[in-house]
Design a protein around this ligand. Structure first.
Ligand code: ADP
Length: 493
């Protein structure tokens, strides 16, 4: 990299899955004072172009499978001076990218030893990620050497994720999704064995890897665990090595947690964070006295996002800026402060002003806090359903629906309504070979799940698939666009 002219402060972009070459880049790039810019490879061409230009990436490390997409945008990313292809192949694939080299050939001629920079100020940037924008352009967040080190140490605490040298860790969360939640940094710092599943994985592949490599800890978004559950239900795989499945990025449905813990005997650990927060800020690990509770009571806490970790300050404020009561009921926006919380968006003074106020990051997440201090995300500000002036939590409805034995996936959105301004509409994907009617789901929510009548979705729409974001979260925006008029049309408005 140094020979290519990469200097301290330069950005080096990676477009890569979880594998050993990407891991090498994770350490090589910050160690020469440059900035590791992990790019979400599932973004649109427009967003890829935007963020490569916004970051001014000088070199791009590109998985072979990404070449066709980068070729399409190559003429619009003038700051990029070199392309390096990450592949097992020994010859360069046919490509119009220029100048281009193979990664293995690129490092082959280099010295076996290298004097890494020793005097990089700890507050210098080491990495950067962009938030996956739901509206407008993605926003860049810089991580410093200091923030990465402190966040890594936090992940190793027994009361958070408890990463240890004894683990075999398999981050399924992509290394382009907020640094695979910091797992590569924490594990390498301890010498923990890492299992990196590469680009082509599904439930079967993950189950095989867990069994074969005796994985003890794995991490990913709920959609991954929903998919793996289908495979584990067959009973074909031995997953007894697992001591925890870490789940974050979206709310983990209680039914899913119960399934893993009670059916598969795999402890399930729910955590929360965002790109702006490195990402981990809360972990739902039970306190010792909570472990004495009956399982159904425990589950209520495990389904929440949990306690702020060490060094993280959290505050929940209502619409007038006053702090809410810690009663598990009153809702407010979660504000955060701490050594791995960002205090600005890269080159975005206006957006920074909106998000960072008096040193606190506004998360845009609406939460409650209970007497134990456990935080529960009720919704993202944009996803809350405001019906006749009262709030309905889409997350609570989704949770309940996904616990139904016929439901594979469910999501709930707010849809404009003439009388109530907004009403919930549910989208349901059925499990293979299962069936349930709209009326049965309504009765189930009412009778078994004890929802108030006015919380029930006005409509249940059955789909083959729920659209997902680039990191596997339900893409509510697309559903909102497509189904904006469903209720108004029925009311002939
Ligand atoms: P993006 O904002 O780009 O979708 P992030 O991964 O930064 O990607 O998303 C952060 C948001 O994801 C949080 O603000 C929160 O709304 C949601 N989120 C993350 N983890 C959880 C969780 N465990 N439960 C519920 N929501 C979560």
């Amino acid at each position: 990299m140094v020979k290519l002219g990469v200097k301290a402060g330069d950005k080096v972009g990676t477009l890569a899955w979880n594998d050993h070459r990407h891991l090498e880049a994770y350490f090589a790039i910050p160690s020469i004072g440059a900035v590791l810019h992990t790019i979400n490879i599932r973004l649109s061409e427009e967003h890829l172009t935007y963020i490569i230009n916004n970051a001014e990436d000088k070199v791009l490390l590109v998985d072979e499978g990404m070449i066709p997409i980068i070729e399409k945008i190559k003429d619009n990313i003038p700051t990029v001076e070199h392309f390096i292809i990450l592949t097992d192949e020994e010859t360069l694939p046919e490509t119009s990218l220029k100048p281009v080299q193979l990664y293995e050939a690129f490092i082959k001629g280099a010295n076996e030893t290298f004097q890494f920079l020793q005097d990089i100020p700890e507050t210098n940037p080491a990495g950067m990620c962009y938030t996956s924008a739901t509206t407008g352009n993605p926003k860049g967040v810089l991580y410093t050497h200091r923030s990465i080190v402190l966040h890594s140490m936090m992940l190793c605490f027994a009361d958070t994720i408890a990463i240890s040298e004894r683990d075999v860790a398999m981050p399924v969360v992509p290394m382009f999704h907020v640094n695979a939640w910091g797992i590569p940094f924490a594990t390498v710092s301890l010498g923990t064995k890492l299992v990196l599943p590469g680009p082509n994985f599904n439930g079967e592949v993950l189950a095989e890897l867990i069994e074969k490599e005796k994985v003890t800890m794995t991490a990913g978004v709920p959609t991954i665990w929903i998919e793996l559950a289908k495979v584990l239900e067959t009973g074909k795989y031995d997953t007894s090595s697992l001591t925890r499945v870490v789940c974050g990025g979206s709310a983990a449905p209680e039914g899913l947690i119960r399934k893993y813990e009670k059916e598969f005997n795999i402890p399930f650990l729910h955590a929360y964070g965002m790109t702006e927060t490195s990402p981990v800020v809360t972990v739902a690990r039970l306190k010792s006295h909570q472990e004495e509770l009956p399982y159904d009571e425990q589950l209520k806490y495990k389904g929440k996002q949990g306690l702020p970790t060490i060094l993280i300050e959290a505050k929940v404020v209502g619409e007038n800026g006053e702090e809410v009561k810690h009663d598990g009921e009153e809702m407010g926006e979660l504000l955060l402060r701490g050594p791995w919380i960002t205090d600005e968006y890269y080159r975005e003074p206006e957006k920074t002003k909106e998000a960072v106020q008096d040193g606190w990051l506004r998360t845009g997440d609406i939460v409650t806090v209970d007497e134990e201090g456990f935080i529960k995300i009720v919704d993202r500000t944009n996803d809350l359903i405001k019906s006749g002036g009262e709030w309905i939590s889409s997350v609570d409805l989704e949770n309940a629906l996904m616990a139904h034995e016929a439901v594979f996936e469910a999501t709930v959105i707010a849809v404009p309504h003439e009388r109530w301004q907004e009403r919930p509409v549910a989208f349901i994907v059925l499990k293979d070979g299962k069936d349930v009617t709209e009326e049965e789901l309504r009765q189930y929510l009412l009778e078994e799940k004890k929802f108030a009548k006015w919380w029930l979705p006005d409509k249940f729409i059955f789909l083959d698939e729920i659209p997902k974001t680039s990191v596997g979260k339900f893409l509510k925006r697309e559903l909102r666009e497509q189904y904006r008029d469903v209720l108004l049309k029925e009311q002939n408005v």
